[in-house]
Write a protein that binds this ligand. Structure first.
Ligand code: SF4
Ligand code: SF4
Ligand code: FES
Length: 244
């Protein structure tokens, strides 16, 4: 049989927490595979032709917005960047754990990311008053590239869904939060010291809660070097704490 035209069975863990009569259950849909079919296309086909109540999130369909994270055969991934041809004809989909369930495959990553950002004061601390008329400061291309690399995170939540610590500790900032701190730490415009950063991530909800099993890096769809950033931050935080 060719890839196109396979009969797929796509099972979805369904639940609407806003409906008191809703019980979590698995519903299976039959879908005919088309060439280049992604899970986004398959789910849209289901919603348009079989069940308009199926809930899932998509915005960009290009791996940029981070809204389509879900568990695909038990592993976190972006549905818009996942092709059905890479799987057997039975595929199981479930919402990302840790985040508040909105319904079916839709979760509220935004509230989680906002809470993490607030806790980490995740903005540039220059100590300067903003002057919209001033020219931008010059920066060496290599340094700009280093910051850009860390800024590629799309806040999809896959690293959190893959993280055992995040499932045990409600306030753990996760690899996404630690990567954010690394981003500000390498930026010379940010005036915060390692001691300041220690106040933010020097505990079990920060870098010392990480078990370094690297599920985050394994499932980051942007291939960020999360393990390297976490190890780098941990060394800096140990030194910061030893200096009192
Ligand atoms: S670090 Fe990777 S997996 Fe985690 S939120 Fe950012 S892009 Fe997604
Ligand atoms: S290495 Fe740390 S942050 Fe990454 S998944 Fe494991 S515990 Fe979570
Ligand atoms: S829809 Fe934007 S990342 Fe998948």
């Amino acid at each position: 049989m060719t890839e196109s035209g396979r009969a797929l069975r796509i099972s979805v863990l369904r639940h609407n927490p806003n409906d008191p009569d809703s019980e979590p259950h698995i519903q299976t849909f039959n879908v005919t595979e088309t060439a280049g079919m992604t899970l986004f296309i398959a789910l849209t086909d289901i919603r348009e032709n079989q069940d308009p109540t199926l809930q899932f999130d998509f915005v960009c369909r290009a791996g940029i917005c981070g809204s389509c994270g879900m568990l695909i055969n038990g592993k976190p991934g972006l549905a818009c960047r996942t092709q059905t041809k890479d799987f057997d004809d039975e595929i199981m989909l479930a919402p990302l754990p840790v985040f508040r369930l909105i319904g079916d495959l839709s979760v509220d990553t935004g509230a989680w990311m906002q809470r993490m950002s607030d806790r980490l004061d995740a903005w540039l601390h220059t100590g300067l008053t903003a002057n919209v008329n001033a020219l931008e400061e010059r920066m060496e291309p290599a340094l700009a590239q280093e910051i850009y690399e860390l800024d590629r995170c799309i806040e999809c939540g896959c690293c959190i869904a893959a993280c055992a610590t995040a499932q045990m500790r409600d306030d753990f900032v996760g690899a996404v939060g630690l990567n954010r701190i690394a981003r500000f730490r390498v930026d010379p415009r940010d005036q915060r010291s390692d001691a300041d950063m220690y106040e933010l991530i020097g505990d079990d909800d920060g870098v010392f809660g990480c078990m370094t099993l690297l599920g985050c890096e394994d499932y980051c769809p942007k291939q960020l070097s999360l393990g390297t950033q976490i190890a780098w931050l941990r060394r800096r935080m140990v030194i910061a704490s030893s200096r009192g």
